[in-house]
Write a new protein. Structure first.
Length: 116
């Protein structure tokens, strides 16, 4: 009986810990998107347009125009998703508008659209 109670408590603690980690990862994602968005807006002010990436790309991997622009703004390290695997923030722009997005821990999409 004591073992059952101990395992039940351990399960509750593990679930609570996972929820805290998931919330922290989602907060980091939102913060990273906000940081990237502010830099992109500054680039538009200085260059007159957003960095163009016609098809959706992975920031820090294959967003060549955006990655170069971020580095030119002295961004020491391009933010990556807290998962640490091959998860990247996504970007797409025609030069006049842009979209930034990522996926949260619950697999929902978090999107910043410059039109909104």
């Amino acid at each position: 009986m004591v073992m059952v109670i101990m395992f039940s408590l351990m399960a509750i603690i593990m679930i609570a810990t996972l929820n805290v980690v998931a919330a922290a990862n989602d907060a980091e994602r939102k913060s990273n998107i906000a940081q990237i968005m502010k830099i992109i807006l500054a680039i538009r002010i200085s260059k007159g347009a957003f960095p163009v990436e016609v098809t959706e790309c992975n920031i820090g991997k294959d967003c060549y125009n955006l990655d170069e622009a971020l580095r030119s703004q002295r961004l020491d390290e391009i933010p990556k998703d807290p998962r640490g695997d091959e998860s990247y923030y996504k970007y797409q722009s025609n030069g006049k508008t842009f979209i930034l997005k990522c996926w949260m821990e619950d697999s929902s999409e978090y999107v910043y659209n410059s039109l909104n």
